[in-house]
Design a protein around this ligand. Sequence first.
Ligand code: PLP
Length: 435
Amino acid sequence: MSIESFIHTHLRDSRESETLLINQLSLSLEADKTIYKVGFGQSPFPVPDHIVSAMANAAHRKEYMAVQGDNTLREAICDFHAKHESRTWQADDIIVGTGSKILIFCVMASFLQADVLLPAPGWVSYAPQAELAGHKVHWLQSSFGNHWKITGNDINNTCTFLSPDKPKILILNYPSNPTGQTYSAEELQELATALQKHNVLVIADEIYSFLTFEGVEAHLEDYYPQGVITSSGLSKWCGAGGWRLGYLHVPAQLQALKKRIVGVASETYSSAVAPVQVATAEAYRQFSSAQHFLSIQKAALQHAARLTTTRLQAVGVKVHMSDGGFYLFPDFEPFRAALKQKGINTSAEFTEVVLRETGVALLPGTAFGMAPEHLSARLAFVDFDGQAVLNGEDYSVVFDKLEAGVNSLANWLQKLSETTSAPASIHAVASYDVA
Ligand code: PLP
């Protein structure tokens, strides 16, 4: 037997990613038609100049830094969170890594066996990471009616069926990728009571938290400090996903776990990139310019979310206005009968036909843990030029393409309900919370 066929039978299961399929299809269609790139959630904003300069000036830094992260950076992160959110983090409790994604994996890889609780819909990488670490995934299904959020009851109901002897890890992401919804302080408090009762360790993925559009950002850690690891980073608020810089705050009570996480980090990525750590320290030290940058971003993102939400709601799509970040999670169930007549029964079929017929590249709900037949999708309202926003260009010009994309989708849906004998039940979803 050849080495190739021998190893083939020993490889892990690998599912073909819907994300990749949509990407390939949109690339192949791009030559002939306008593609509205609302599938991928990359920040449209450039990294601010002074942070780029800090990186350039630190390019000579070639040493391996401490596995846990450079102390100056960890202190700058704590100061920033203290000023921005009145948090009292200590540098010793911060672990810096090459993006928060690998850090979330390091937490999971620190456990021999665990039950991992994941709200559905949820971010694409949590479940594969849990499985790579050898854990069992349990989905907690949320609903449109509950703004795609889970409750203390969901935690209680799931934990009742799980072994009390096996550790349980919940990953809770807010504002959420893919739904854009966030939790209020009261909702987090209610969740914290249930989580504490069942000794659930939580990774609070707050990577989009600085991009919460309005009000005070609430944090699960405030209600369950001993059991919550908070995860954040530079990727979203600073438009620097490719710089790969993330961090965790691990509560002092979880020292043993912190040592394991640092151990896994030392055996895998060793340390975050030295010049990036230096530049990130600068980004977190320049508090007022960061606040200014954030306020411009939030206003633009909120505008983009609003125009997308209202247009879709007007034709009968069930969709909640986003609370922050880059995403909406439209539910196309009101069009089920009309779509069925077109031979569309799953979210993957739906997003493929929508891409071919309207040029709008959405990601199917199934990529986020929804049942394949549930007609939902993620829409990232970030197909606009962030630099133009920073230059003060008129919103009507900046959001022109995004508006054209959402109009293309809305018109298609409207035509669909007019030309089939099964119109969408627009009356049932007349006016949702575009606040
Ligand atoms: N968590 C969520 C919900 C995300 O959307 C992402 C990136 O897309 C990450 C974590 C990972 O971010 P990074 O590894 O760039 O810090």
